[in-house]
Design a protein around this ligand. Structure first.
Ligand code: RB5
Length: 148
């Protein structure tokens, strides 16, 4: 898979570990930054990954800030993005199986590297179940499209 990754200053080290993990698993990774430890504004990186996912330049996205919250909120403002903050594997699995999320977010100040890798692995390995869940995801996207 081609995976876009983005982060703020709080997540530089964790991002490096996740990139290595993804590459070991045979994925291609596009790093949208930040690549610096200087304090920065997470919306920029959430938006960049969100836009790449929406434009299908990458298959999916992974975002990391302190909590995963701010950067996922920014990505979710991009039309077509469904980003979920997941701090444990069960939510990560369900965010794919039921919500067909195309962006995974988590917090470098919340999860350790090994737990983050478990979250990433289960998220990438889980398929969307479709069926009744497709209708519900469509309803979410209708809100975004301004339809009732
Ligand atoms: C940065 O200090 C912090 O606010 C950011 O990483 C993130 O947690 C925001 O949601």
């Amino acid at each position: 898979m081609k995976i876009g990754i983005g982060n703020d200053h709080s997540a530089l080290e964790l991002k490096a570990e996740i990139i290595e993990f993804l590459k070991e698993k045979g994925h291609e990774v596009v790093d949208f930054g930040t690549k610096s430890s200087e304090s920065c504004d997470y919306p920029k990186y959430g938006e960049a990954v969100g836009r790449a996912v929406a434009a299908k330049e990458v298959d999916c996205g992974i975002l990391i800030c302190g909590t995963g919250l701010g950067i996922s909120l920014a990505a979710n403002k991009v039309k077509g993005v469904r980003a979920a903050v997941c701090s444990e594997p069960f939510t990560a699995k369900m965010s794919r199986a039921h919500n067909n999320c195309n962006v995974l977010a988590f917090g470098a100040r919340v999860v350790g590297a090994e737990l983050a890798k478990m979250i990433v692995e289960v998220w990438l390995d889980t398929e969307f179940e479709g069926g009744r869940h497709q209708r519900r995801v469509d309803m979410i996207m209708d809100i975004e499209n301004g339809e009732e």
